[in-house]
Design a protein around this ligand. Structure first.
Ligand code: MG
Length: 197
């Protein structure tokens, strides 16, 4: 069988990161106590009531991800391991492609090694919000990926620009998904529906 390269997003696809970050901050964002349901993505600065800058927003997440404790605290997404192991056993090559920056490399490698040992060939950091950022579409193209699994419509649309089939996990944050405009992005309820053609 011809081996194929499959790329997988990290946060909220492999890792329940938002849950862990919120618990770390006791569900407090600036002066407000929020519920988990109110946080659907990493763009807290877009929540007008918080008056949060993009920098504060970034520190809220990165500050936790830089802590060594995050390696143990962040839980893997249920079923992700089994699904990905099946793809690996079928002979495919798996890469993690994440928005995270190089400064988070150490903890990210440690976390992936702990929860998904021997599964991925490597992790590629897009350095989103940094001067040296790369588009996920370019990374996936360079890796010759034929399939990407994402939880965020913004990145799914971007990856599709490289003509790479993209599965988008159905999440509240993706309510802008338009079946016509985004016809090439395959929205799935859960990752069991991901198929490698
Ligand atoms: Mg994600």
């Amino acid at each position: 069988m011809h081996k194929k390269v499959i790329t997988i997003d990290c946060d909220e696809v492999l890792a329940n990161t938002i849950d862990a970050v919120l618990e770390h901050h006791h569900y407090q964002v600036k002066w407000e106590i929020l519920t988990r349901e109110q946080i659907t993505n990493y763009h807290l600065h877009e929540m007008k009531s918080l008056y949060m800058t993009q920098k504060e927003d970034k520190n809220y997440f990165d500050g936790f991800l830089r802590k060594k404790a995050s390696i143990d605290v962040i839980q893997p997404v249920v079923w992700a391991r089994e699904k990905l192991q099946a793809l690996k056993d079928a002979g495919h090559t798996l890469y993690v492609v994440t928005w995270r920056s190089d400064e988070l490399q150490h903890n990210t490698y440690a976390w992936v090694d702990k929860h998904y040992p021997s599964l991925f060939d490597d992790i590629v950091f897009a350095n989103t919000h940094k001067y040296n950022q790369k588009k996920k579409s370019d990374i996936c193209h360079d890796l010759q990926s034929i399939l990407m699994v994402e939880d965020f419509l913004f990145y799914a649309r971007d990856v599709w620009q490289s003509w790479i089939k993209t599965y988008l996990l159905d999440r509240p944050r993706n309510k802008e998904y338009d079946p016509q405009q985004d016809a090439c992005v395959v929205k799935v309820k859960d990752r069991s529906e991901v198929e490698v053609a």
